[in-house]
Design a protein around this ligand. Structure first.
Ligand code: MN
Ligand code: MN
Length: 314
């Protein structure tokens, strides 16, 4: 028997109880834990709409709908892995650099304990301190980054830390294996034609939404797998990868994206990588009145949990 698993939804209705992710136990001890769901309620780096600080709570609330068997990947994750909801990391509203310090410091013990963190954002600026904590233990990581934006701008408003800059900083700080990293889904208007070249000049592989439409989802999945190979992988999923018709609750939406079904198909194709951590970011509940964005984010996390169970089952 695995130590920590969700409340049984057949015995206790899904709308009841305290809203942890999937009604996993809220636990701060780190023994007998394979993965931890961790909220990072920061929107200190948002450039347009704010309110991503409410993302973790909204994802937790909708995650109560998830049942315990994943038929598509054919696995009941909690037969193989023990998971907890670790609560939220400390952040400092309005002080992004101080928040970065606290995020890194408070995430480090989880990583040191050999636990795989699944972090719920928050805006995308939080990925930088997450990568700092992970790279300290694992060394530089390859990045699989789903987003309609590259987030590799050098500075925003003359400042280095923002949700448009985390991967530029991460590369400068040698947190990434650039030659094994890939950005997927870029689209929409940009600040200037040179901005198209920034991620490529940093050494990242970039596949735009238009290119994905041309190559098809299976080819995309194969390109990602080839790029990362057997390296240690961090998967960062910005919910604005998805079309705003399916994920309206986000800060910088870009039209012409993927459906929720296409998104899940792509994610499920990536079950066999050597993951050391994940985040799902940029859910903004104030713009998500029917909770579909948070529900999709919860379902993406469910697939990621299933990956970890598949790894354990092998
Ligand atoms: Mn982003
Ligand atoms: Mn984005």
């Amino acid at each position: 028997m695995k130590k920590y698993k969700p409340v049984d939804p057949i015995k206790s209705p899904r709308f009841s109880g305290i809203k942890t992710f999937m009604r996993l136990p809220y636990v701060k001890k780190l023994d007998d834990v394979d993965f931890a769901i961790i909220g990072v309620p920061s929107d200190a780096g948002a450039s347009f709409r704010t309110g991503q600080r409410e993302g973790p709570a909204a994802i937790r609330k909708t995650s109560a709908l998830l049942r315990h068997h994943n038929p598509t990947l054919n696995i009941s994750p909690f037969e193989y892995i023990s998971g907890i909801d670790y609560g939220d990391l400390p952040v400092v509203p309005g002080y992004i650099e101080e928040g970065y310090k606290r995020i890194e410091e408070s995430l480090s013990p989880v990583v040191e304990a050999g636990i795989i963190p699944i972090l719920l954002g928050g805006d995308h600026s939080i990925t930088l301190p997450e990568l700092r904590a992970l790279a300290k233990i694992h060394g530089p990581l390859s990045l699989v980054h789903f987003d309609s934006h590259s987030d590799t701008i050098d500075e925003y408003f003359g400042k280095p830390y923002n949700h448009g800059t985390p991967f530029k900083r991460a590369i400068e700080e040698n947190l990434l294996l650039v030659e094994n990293s890939i950005q997927v889904g870029l689209r929409g208007s940009i600040y200037s034609s040179e901005h198209l070249e920034i991620p490529k000049s940093l050494g990242l592989e970039v596949i735009t939404t238009e290119e994905i439409r041309e190559m098809g989802l299976d080819s995309l999945i194969n390109r990602i797998k080839e790029r990362v190979g057997k390296t240690k992988v961090f998967l960062s999923f910005d919910i604005d990868f998805v079309d705003p018709a399916y994920a309206p609750g986000t800060g910088t939406p870009e039209v012409g994206g993927f459906t929720s079904g296409e998104t899940l198909e792509i994610i499920r194709g990536l079950s066999e990588l050597n993951y050391v951590g994940f985040d799902v970011v940029e859910v903004l509940p104030a713009f998500d009145p029917s909770e579909i964005t948070a529900l999709l984010a919860a379902n993406i996390v469910y697939e990621l949990i299933s990956f970890l169970a598949l790894m354990e089952k092998k």
